[in-house]
Design a protein around this ligand. Structure first.
Ligand code: NAD
Length: 474
């Protein structure tokens, strides 16, 4: 698939039971074929029709879509695994289900999106109305194609917007299923549109005057470009970007739980998760015990066919991402970090490597400063609480952060000083739809999920109502 073509043959994801027709994937948008017509006639018309419904009616459609997704979880999970390479063991519980949660949650909220009544003197009052923005653009990364499509579409549609969604060029399939399911659930055609293409397609869409808001999930460099373009037209933005998050493990921590969190926060989805705690600060007193037990547990990883439900560590999503991760393993070794285990390319078809653990990592090393987005964990030592907080915050990113300690006063004290949007005490990387998710500093702007997301997909109109006479100076 490319920026200007279509697939010539149908795709047959293993286990899906049917083909995905080639026409569902293309044609991609180009400067010649793209279109005002898509926006003007399709999305905008659907948005007007959709916004005229009551919130309860809109919510019913979203909740029906959630039910359909749950009913087809296995089929959608197979597709997600096919799209990304993630093991079916993960996708069965983390992808379509998370998308369904978002549709269900925002479907439930849709009927309660009301304004305020603000009484004023003389019987005057102001009432506020929460209005949709119009046609919103979602642009996705490749690590969670179903979840990202739903996390953006659910609050957008609940508020009465339409959405045009451009999935990552690396994982084009899953969002198409969400579009089909929304239509089946009763959404008007054109309300949720999927447009395939590369970055230039995203740029073309986000620059279009018909787009009121851009919500990007992607890297910081892409975020800078998209936000700058949107700023020119004063468009709303949500930026869900990268991270290099700290996970701080004190010497009184429950070691097995802390190791579980470090494993989940570095190796789930083969490390391709934005909020991963890739800088694992371990108190010097427990460092060697931590490393020994971590290595032992990592030895139990089942690396194999993603469609085999016993597999719990799959390949990288693309050759390019594998090369990036392996290049960081080489950098870590060259910079003098101790490679405890892993980091080898696996000789089998696909984009495989063994999960890597580096110890004795120092703050200035590239593997401790730059987002890798692969299964490479950096373990750094610390002794002093104030010192580790300062080091944890010494990064351009601010997506997530975690602390493990049995001392709850210390846990709250430390988390209170971590500059990050999504924080964890004695766990890591859980993202329930009820909780806001998003970053500070270079990691992003705005929040997804929770009631917070409503503020990012609607705007408030205030209406002053005068019950008396209006006077003027002359
Ligand atoms: P990427 O930035 O390369 O691409 C993201 C999307 O933006 C793709 O769909 C791409 O086609 C599009 N794009 C690229 N250039 C564009 C432009 N100029 N205008 C408009 N669209 C453009 O990111 P990726 O490699 O697909 O994903 C990995 C990155 O995403 C990592 O940095 C990761 O941390 C981040 N991420 C963040 C979150 C989050 O919620 N914060 C979640 C998942 C991934």
């Amino acid at each position: 698939m490319g920026g200007s073509g279509t697939l010539d043959t149908a795709i047959s994801p293993p286990g899906l039971g049917r083909d995905i027709p080639a026409h569902a994937v293309g044609p991609a948008l180009t400067a010649d074929n793209w279109a005002g017509d898509l926006l003007a006639t399709s999305a905008a018309a659907a948005q007007a029709e959709w916004a005229a419904l009551t919130g309860t009616e809109r919510g019913r459609v979203l909740r029906r879509a959630a039910e359909i997704i749950r009913g087809r979880n296995r089929e959608l999970s197979v597709l997600e695994s096919f799209d990304t390479g993630k093991p079916l063991q993960e996708t069965l519980v983390a992808d379509a289900t998370s998308g369904a949660d978002a549709l269900e949650y925002f479907g439930g909220l849709a009927g309660s999106l009301t304004g305020e009544h603000i009484p004023l003197s003389g019987g005057d009052f102001v009432y506020t109305v929460r209005e949709p923005l119009g046609v919103c653009l979602g642009i996705g990364a490749w690590n969670y194609p179903t979840q990202i499509a739903c996390w953006k579409a659910a609050p957008a549609l609940a508020c009465g917007n339409a959405m045009i969604f451009k999935p990552s060029e690396t994982t084009p399939l899953c969002a198409l299923k969400i579009a089909e399911i929304l239509i089946e659930a009763g959404a008007p055609a054109g309300l949720f549109n999927v447009v395939q293409g590369f970055g230039e397609t995203g740029a073309m869409l986000s620059g279009h005057p018909g787009i009121a808001k851009v919500s990007l999930t992607g890297s910081v460099p892409t975020g800078r470009k998209v936000a700058a373009q949107a700023a020119g037209a004063m468009k709303h933005v949500t930026m869900e970007l990268g991270g290099k998050s700290p996970l701080i493990i004190f010497d009184d921590a429950d070691l097995e739980s802390a190791i579980s969190a470090a494993i989940n926060g570095n190796f789930y989805s083969s490390g391709q998760i934005c909020s991963n705690g890739t800088r694992v600060f371990v108190h010097r007193a427990i460092k060697e015990a931590f490393l020994a037990r971590l290595a032992e547990r990592l030895g139990n990883a089942v690396i194999g066919d993603p469609m085999d439900e016993a597999t719990n560590f799959g390949p990288m999503t693309s050759a390019a991402q594998l090369d990036i991760a392996l290049s960081y393993v080489a950098k870590g070794v060259a910079e003098g970090a101790r490679l405890v285990m892993g980091g080898d390319r696996i000789d089998r078809p696909g984009f495989w490597m063994t999960p890597a653990i580096f110890a004795d990592v120092t703050d200035s090393m590239a593997i401790a400063r730059e987002e890798i987005f692969g299964p490479v964990m950096s373990v750094l030592d610390f002794e002093d609480e104030a010192d580790v907080i300062a080091r944890a915050n010494d990064t351009e990113f601010g997506l997530a952060g975690g602390v493990f300690t049995r001392d709850l006063a210390r846990a709250h004290r430390v988390i209170g000083q971590i500059r990050a949007g999504s924080c964890y005490i004695n766990t890591y990387n859980l993202t329930p739809v009820e909780a806001p998710f998003g970053g500070v500093k270079a990691s992003g702007v705005g929040r997804e999920n929770s009631k917070e997301a409503i503020n990012h997909y609607s705007e408030v109109k205030s209406v002053y109502v005068c019950l008396g006479e209006t006077e003027a100076a002359f």
